[in-house]
Design a protein. Sequence first.
Lengths: 210, 94
Amino acid sequence: MKTKTFLTLITATILSLHVEAKPLSYVGGLMLMQENDETGHTGSFDYTFIPTNAFGFYAKQEENGKEILMLTPEFNTLLKRWNLPDGQGNIFNMSGAGLARYHDNNQPCLWTAFLADYESRRWFLSYEPRFVWDGNIEKSVWQRARIGIAPYLANYNDLNTWLMFQVDHHPAKHDHFVATPLLRFFYKGYLFEIGYQSNQHIMVNWQIQF
Amino acid sequence: MKKHVLTFAIMFALTAAVSADTIKATVNGMVCGFCATAIEKTFKKQPEVSTVNVDLKDRLVTVTTKRGQTLDDSKVKRLLTNSGYSVASINRAK
């Protein structure tokens, strides 16, 4: 009983890792990310080894549909970056291949996602389509878009605040469209997000850069 | 008098030689404080660096080196590129 409880706690902790943000850090940098929302609990832990690539571990416990557990290594690539005087645009690819588990059915799985974003000190825009193949359990396509505005222009040593609005479309889930107004806060290498989703879930995300 | 001038010149030269560099780099793409943490962490790992200051408003990264040490422009550019940004200009002061 104690062992099972302990393992459940450890698993829950690991699986509650992930956040919707840039999938790359700086060379030699580590990122721990977490996302908890109506799609489930997602997490990743990445190491950026060159400016355009990071390697890590990805885990997701799906909810609001088939409760699939996915465990994969993750490979993130910066495909294109535009460094502008007043903004930055990026296109990333994130991919993984590993194991999916649904009840007692273990299957190989593959997933790949593209993330396009543009950010200035005032505005934030992103779009992410994601393709998931969980063997004979499920094949799904999922997409997410975000828009954000900073109510004040914070400098580096200030607490940065963003008002954001996110729309998810995931046909494999019970709720195909979900809208989420959210608040994003960050201070130096710490990021935290909280939102309330249209299907009455509370979204809580966080990310730490080491 | 000549001796004093010579002493002063030598002292001045030695002081200049061991003084710290202040490097001001104007950076493109540096709009997010969370991401700019990368710059601070990357530069602080360098043994030559004493302090790092990031100013998002002016897109400026100011690096002060330790006394008698410096970072050349190519290294500054490489470190900023590794952090995810590109360099618009670099200015130096002793």
